[in-house]
Design a protein around this ligand. Structure first.
Ligand SMILES: [Zn+2]
Length: 275
């Protein structure tokens, strides 16, 4: 009996090839193997699709990790995908599986008529591909911070921790014992600010003071805790600007009824994107 499966020729094949916005940078060693400029993407299998519709697996990111590894043989560890590439992978997998048109129904903001629009996801892939991650924040003439994108695993971790804390804040409003309410609220806000510090720390690769380079995480953490608010806010605004350019591009559309200008913007969320 031959070891070669005669059915192999009917296995799924790459449907599209993409170029990664990161240009292959920021991947931990071994987590990506192949040409970043020519990355094959296959459609989802039936199993992948089931996984993408399982709420528990979605919640901790496990489903998306597995599906990306399943649909892209170059990705050896999806947890290590830098934030710059995550939406490109998800969009490309959706294109490979269901085609490049995403149907969006939206009411006109002018007349309220319901319109059906078609959003071309290929434009999104092209848009991401031409973005550049800003990897430096210049504080002043002597001080420069090098930053890196978070990994997919870190994005999930910070998202989940933030979600838990926000939930605790919401629950705290229902506590009738005033002292207990204040105690819990204070704790949550302290935890939230620690979480923000941890996120900044994860985003900072190194700090350059003239010709000296600081990479020690504890030193950087101490600096984050003891810096002027102006410097802190500068770092915050640069990190947020980097993040917001990586959001999916809007598309101007006209209402079919009254011809008013509207904007459609699909949300790249696994829970609605893949259903
Ligand atoms: Zn209208």
């Amino acid at each position: 009996m031959s070891n070669t499966n005669p059915l192999q020729q009917y296995f799924r094949q790459p449907k599209i090839f993409i170029s990664l916005p990161s240009k292959g940078l920021y991947y931990a060693s071994g987590s990506f193997q192949g040409d970043y400029n020519n990355v094959p993407i296959m459609s989802m299998t039936g199993m992948d699709e089931i996984l993408m519709k399982t709420p528990d697996a979605l919640f901790n990111g496990e489903a998306a990790f597995k599906v990306i590894e399943s649909c892209c043989p170059f990705v050896k560890n999806a947890r290590q995908i830098p934030s710059t590439d995550v939406d490109t992978f998800l969009t490309a997998i959706r294109i490979a599986t269901y085609g490049n048109i995403l149907n969006i129904s939206q009411d006109c903001k002018q007349c309220g008529a319901e319109n059906d629009y078609e959003f071309d996801l290929q434009n999104t892939v092209t848009y991401f591909q031409n973005l550049r991650f800003i990897n430096e924040i210049k504080i002043d003439d002597t001080l420069t911070i090098s930053i890196r994108p978070l990994s997919y695993e870190q994005i999930n971790y910070f998202g989940l921790e933030n979600f838990k804390l926000q939930k605790t804040v919401a629950q705290a409003y229902n506590i009738t014992d005033e002292e207990e309410k204040i105690r819990i609220t204070d704790q949550v806000f302290a935890d939230l600010s620690e979480l923000q510090l941890a996120l900044y720390l994860a985003s900072i690769e190194q700090v350059k003071i003239n010709n000296q380079i600081v990479t020690d995480q504890e030193h950087i953490y101490e600096w984050l805790k003891n810096m002027d608010r102006d410097v802190f806010n500068l770092i915050k605004s640069k990190l947020e600007a980097n993040k917001s350019q990586w959001e999916i591009s809007e598309q101007p559309v006209k209402c079919g009824q009254c011809e008013a200008d509207n904007i459609i913007k699909p949300i790249l969320d696994q829970t609605n994107f893949f259903v």
